[in-house]
Design a protein around this ligand. Sequence first.
Ligand code: DQA
Length: 138
Amino acid sequence: MKRILIINGPNLNLLGKREPEVYGTLTFEAYFETLKSKFPDFSLEYYQSNVEGLLIDKIHEVGFTFDGIIINAGAYTHTSIAIADAIRAVKAPVIEVHISNVYSREEFRHHSYLSAACKACVVGFGLDSYRLALESFR
Ligand code: DQA
């Protein structure tokens, strides 16, 4: 059974309440239950933190044993060379996801430090971005 970890970064614990016109009205916890039912053949885990170093610690922790990581690093996407280096440091393929289409938003969201370190990116499909990323591990 493939082991995949979904990592959400800062402010994504507020999904459902946070800017619902951009990020929707569903909590990630509710969506994660749907995802698990759609992928019974995967062992899916979920981790969220608002702290950059804890995201890096988690990537190190699972990055040599899991089959893949799906990461939405929130605003750290646009600032964090340290998370990009952590992604490069581990063996597991990492897919970057974003709920919103960052390219149709403010210019500071157009650059990602993570993309070049990741296997692929899924951007702008709402929460469905996570499902599409998971499909690629099938
Ligand atoms: C986001 C896009 C980022 O620019 C933003 O800082 C987020 C969420 C997304 O999923 O659309 O926190 O990663």
